[in-house]
Design a protein around this ligand. Structure first.
Ligand code: PLP
Length: 397
């Protein structure tokens, strides 16, 4: 078939699976070959904690309702009642005067990001991402016709390097994506760090005479280990939040999340309408209705972080004792571990020979590290330690 019969960029995206998914697929094959308990699969961020019982009970009750109404369309932005429940939740939790007008229900954070990028940018604009970053940002940004501008996080602390971000801003810059708690590093940006960013962006907005948006990608907001995650709309008014219940309530396959355009933004109403237009143009209307309804009674459920906290402790203590270097995670469920050679791909390949599946850092926009997803059974971590030991010794020899 000739390239004229399809879009080459889409073909390339479809035929090049992400490094994470490739490793995950390899893990499935390998488990079938040698037994699931012999493969230590740290590749993917699929929550290992079950969704709360209240979610199940709510769904069972909903299924008793009249099916034509239950499975029918909602308005494009979501049920007014669900949008109101989300706005009330934001008011209660962050003290921000949120209204339903700013809320748009989406198919997870991925859907939210794709919509927001299309809503605020023009083709040819630039969008800043802080490396290391979630690889799909590139896909969403480029799909909006924009260019990805990578700015490295501080190499020591992995905080935002506000000076470096300032250097990257020019008259084409439209937005910056902030992800805290961060995938893949597990860092949480402090209030001071975000205030510095906000002050710099405000200055730049005045220079440019137009908004520079923060797109705050927050699927891990509720998965933290004793730290507060500052709410960015309270720090910087030109913020659009992309939230998701994939990790918070362990519902990644159900595709439910929301966009919140801050009510503190000067042109929030217009941006909310642009969000509605982008959702419409992308075909992302009417997020899964049963899960919108579920949210109405489950929105205040806490995330169950206990298992992740235990895993984090076991993994970090185990790897520290073996002499690995890593970034102490404050949130999410990923450990960012220094590769034992410069080439992270080669390190990940060698790890495979010890049945350890570790994602090399290159696709996150940073060389020399691997990401270890610890949203796995506790036994996977415990049983993997001899393999980590042997891997380390293979470099020490
Ligand atoms: N953003 C980040 C940083 C993620 O890690 C993920 C998923 O792993 C997403 C967005 C997409 O999540 P969702 O399932 O809500 O689309």
């Amino acid at each position: 078939m000739s390239a004229e019969t399809y879009n080459q960029r889409m073909y390339d995206l479809g035929s090049e699976p992400s490094v994470i998914r490739e490793l995950f697929a390899y893990g499935m094959t390998r488990k079938a070959e040698i037994g699931a308990d012999k493969v230590f699969d740290f590749s993917i961020g699929n929550p290992s904690v079950p969704a709360p019982q209240q979610v199940k009970d709510t769904l069972v009750k909903l299924l008793e309702e009249d099916p034509t109404a239950l499975h029918g369309y909602s308005p494009a932005a979501g049920f007014p009642s669900t949008r109101q429940v989300v706005a009330d939740h934001i008011r209660r939790n962050f003290g921000l005067p949120a209204t339903a007008d700013g809320v748009y229900l989406t198919a997870g954070a991925a859907g939210a990001l794709a919509i927001v990028l299309a809503a605020v940018s023009y083709p040819g604009d630039e969008v800043i991402v802080v490396a290391p970053y979630f690889p799909e940002y590139k896909t969403f940004i480029e799909n909006a016709g924009c260019t990805v501008v990578e700015v490295l996080a501080d190499p020591e602390t992995f905080a935002l390097d506000v000076d470096a971000i300032e250097q990257a801003i020019n008259d084409k810059t439209r937005a910056i994506i902030i992800n805290s708690p961060n995938n893949p590093v597990g860092s949480v940006y402090s209030k001071e760090n975000l205030e510095d960013l906000a002050a710099m962006l405000t200055r730049k907005e005045e220079e440019l005479g137009r908004p520079l948006y923060i797109i705050s990608d927050e699927p891990y907001r509720n998965i933290t280990y004793g730290v507060e995650v500052p709410y960015i709309p309270l720090i910087y008014p030109d913020t659009i939040v992309c939230y998701s219940y994939s990790k918070a309530l362990s519902l990644p396959g159900e595709r439910i999340g929301y966009i919140y355009v801050s009510d503190l933004m000067e042109n929030s109403h217009e941006v909310s309408l642009a969000v509605a237009g982008a959702g419409r143009s992308l075909g992302y209307v009417c997020a899964p209705v049963i899960f919108q309804r579920m949210l109405e009674s489950c929105i205040d459920l806490p995330s169950d972080v206990e298992a992740y906290a235990t895993n984090r402790k076991l993994l970090t203590e185990g790897l520290k004792a073996l002499g690995y270097e890593y970034v102490e995670p404050q949130g999410a469920f990923y450990l960012w571990v220094k590769a034992l050679e410069d080439d992270a791909k080669a390190f990940s390949e060698r790890a495979k020979s010890y049945e350890l599946l570790l994602v090399p850092s290159d696709s996150f926009g940073a060389p020399g590290w691997v990401r270890v997803s610890y949203c796995v059974g506790r036994d996977v971590i415990e049983n993997s330690m001899p393999a980590f030991k042997a891997l380390k010794e293979s470099y020490d020899a």
